[in-house]
Design a protein around this ligand. Structure first.
Ligand SMILES: NC(=O)C1=CN([C@@H]2O[C@H](COP(=O)(O)OP(=O)(O)OC[C@H]3O[C@@H](n4cnc5c(N)ncnc54)[C@H](OP(=O)(O)O)[C@@H]3O)[C@@H](O)[C@H]2O)C=CC1
Ligand SMILES: O=C(O)C1=N[C@H](C(=O)O)C[C@H](O)C1
Length: 266
């Protein structure tokens, strides 16, 4: 088994630190560097709470990828930063595995084009939890029969983007099988703006942010005399790690950008 040389961006973060612990458990993964917004020049092992890796920390992705030989970048940072890091990875011939959410449609299109131009595979997955991917797939199946649907996503209150990447991806998958339609009463009026949630192609998305939550989503379908609710909960960030590993293993064989883990699951 060949060694996969990995750079992690966002190593102090909730997801980045979990990714480091996942890498530590794999015999054929090697952490070659991290990119953080501070602590440049330190080693990962110098930071309290992180595994004892010798890998150096850089504060600039371009500098890091010029100096270090890497196969894969795992980015778990924040929307604008993650987008810049992904571009930089392509420029340096490194395959990105991106969990960072909040990219715009234009950014996703640009990154898809860049991946094709460079002939370098990439995975951008709004949710790496296998259960969440199944929840999205089941929702797409259900939407064929139940076009009236609302999405309720619940996250911890440190989350920067709303709606969540998972909610957007769910709505996109449902959109593929559902005719655009508005829901609720045609004359309904919001007496407080935003009361009906975000409008995606007539579907409503509601974002809840509270301490104590991790990552949770319900997709609620309504029809005459019946409701169907499809629900997924991540109670711990370990839930995302088998998906991150799947993406790292599969990205090495890819020469296009794949958006969504469902495209890698047989
Ligand atoms: N795809 C998936 O399955 C999942 C995706 N996510 C997404 O992953 C991302 C990270 O989430 P989470 O770990 O909870 O967030 P955190 O805020 O805990 O972690 C983000 C880390 O990135 C760091 N950071 C910010 N700017 C830079 C920079 N310029 N260079 C390097 N590092 C930087 C932050 O530093 P500082 O704290 O100092 O600002 C922080 O340590 C989010 O976009 C989230 O939506 C989350 C869970 C699952
Ligand atoms: O920020 C988070 O925590 C999460 N972000 C992703 C999203 O935006 O969907 C995935 C998961 O929901 C956790």
């Amino acid at each position: 088994m060949n060694t996969v040389k990995i750079v992690v961006a966002g190593p102090r973060g909730k997801m980045g630190s979990e990714a480091l612990r996942m890498i530590q458990k794999q015999d054929n993964y090697e952490l070659v560097a991290c990119v953080d917004k501070k602590n440049g020049g330190w080693k990962v092992k110098d930071i309290d709470g992180l595994p004892p890796f010798e890998a150096r920390i850089y504060e600039d992705m371009d500098e890091c990828l010029q100096e270090v030989e890497a196969d894969v970048l795992i980015d778990l940072t924040a929307p604008e930063v993650g987008y810049k890091h992904t571009k930089s990875a392509f420029e340096h011939g490194v395959r990105p595995v991106v969990g960072t959410t909040g990219f715009t449609t234009d950014q996703l299109e640009e990154l898809t084009d860049l991946s094709e131009q460079k002939g370098l595979g990439a995975v951008i997955a709004p949710n790496f939890a296998i259960g969440a991917v199944l929840m999205m797939q089941f929702s797409k199946m259900a939407a064929k029969y139940f076009p009236n649907v609302e999405i309720i996503e619940r996250h911890h209150d440190q989350k920067l983007d709303a709606p969540s990447g998972t909610a957007v991806k769910t709505a996109e998958l449902i959109q593929q099988v559902r005719e655009e339609q508005s829901q609720g009463h045609p004359n309904e009026k919001e007496t407080i703006p935003g009361a009906r949630g975000a409008d995606f192609d007539g579907m409503r998305i509601h974002s809840v942010r509270l301490p104590g939550l991790v990552a949770h989503q319900e997709v609620v379908f309504g029809d005459l005399g019946q409701n169907l609710t499809i629900k997924h909960d991540s109670f711990h960030r370990e839930s995302f790690m088998s998906g991150v590993k799947l993406a790292v293993d599969r990205v090495l064989e890819l020469d296009v950008l794949v958006y969504g883990l469902e495209n890698l699951m047989e």
